[in-house]
Write a protein that binds this ligand. Structure first.
Ligand code: FE2
Length: 288
């Protein structure tokens, strides 16, 4: 095989793949086809091609145990939500999924119902909020003993792993009761920018995009016999709901955070008025 031209090179590369795994064969074949089509479409100069390679190199160099720039790149190019949509086609009674994001950690601690997931320091800076939920099957039957892993950003828009103190904060794991319910105390989430001091931020600036995500709480909910649900609950009225930097908003995931002015009600949660309340019900998809 020799003398390849702009057209014959694609089949030449594909014909070299002899993977034992048929799925790997399929993926690499498609990758080369699309990548070559992309190059024929764009016709990059050699300088541009090297710039692209340098960009991906920079994305890799930006990654460490607390920073995953490739996830941000996938998120901001809409690839993460596309993969999510293909893999989680929700039916009636099932909560829609959305992106995992780069800030889930295995460090969250199991907590009892009503626990405060914000440290005293973060609670003092934020707006007190009570969060309630119920986990059910698609018919609305409660799922007891479901594991509810929650995480959110601070009132300054930072996750604990970005604060550099090494402590778990604004995250926790709850188990649903016999009625499939759980509740916890926290602060009202705020809109925040994804980390934009790296290559992904440069791409956003160069393409006239902002880095903001509308306020949300992350959930990962699992129970035996059901697919693990990875989703967010968004705050209604947020100014970035229609321009989320990672395209993760779905109407069904937007909830009202209701202001409560009643001082007595606030007192029972250890809060002073006003505080916010939000309730959201999650429908899990049975495993096939
Ligand atoms: Fe987030």
């Amino acid at each position: 095989m020799r003398d390849f031209n702009e057209q014959t090179i694609t089949d030449a590369v594909i014909s070299q793949f002899k993977a034992e795994d048929p799925r790997l064969q399929q993926i690499l074949t498609s990758l080369v086809k699309h990548l070559h089509d992309f190059i024929r479409d764009v016709e990059p100069t050699e300088e541009e091609w090297f710039k692209g390679i340098q960009y991906l190199t920079d994305v890799g160099h930006m990654c460490d145990e607390n920073r995953q720039e490739f996830v941000l790149l996938s998120d901001t190019l809409g690839v993460s939500i596309l993969v999510d949509a293909i893999n989680h086609r929700a039916d009636a009674g099932m909560t829609e999924t959305t992106v995992l994001g780069p800030f889930h950690t295995p460090h969250a601690k199991p907590m009892t119902h009503g626990a405060q997931i914000a440290s005293a320091e973060e609670l003092a800076k934020g707006t007190p909020t009570v969060v309630r939920g119920q986990v059910t099957d698609p018919d609305g039957k409660p799922i007891a003993g479901a594991k509810v892993d929650v995480w959110q950003a601070s009132s300054e828009g930072l996750y604990d792993v970005q604060m550099g103190h090494g402590e778990a904060d604004l995250r926790g794991i709850f188990e649903t009761d016999a009625d499939g319910k759980f509740w916890f105390r926290s602060i009202k989430p705020v809109a925040y920018p994804i980390p934009f001091d790296g290559p992904v931020g440069k791409m956003l600036v160069a393409t006239g995009r902002h880095p903001y995500r509308p306020a949300h709480i992350h959930y990962m909910i699992s129970a035996p016999g059901y697919e693990t649900l990875i989703t967010h609950v968004f705050v209604s009225g947020d100014e970035y709901l229609d321009s989320d930097a990672v395209f993760a908003v779905k109407d069904s995931l937007v909830a009202d955070f209701v202001a409560v002015e009643d001082a007595e009600a606030a007192k029972q949660f250890g809060y002073s008025a006003p505080f916010y309340e939000v309730e959201f019900n999650f429908g899990l998809k049975p495993t096939a």
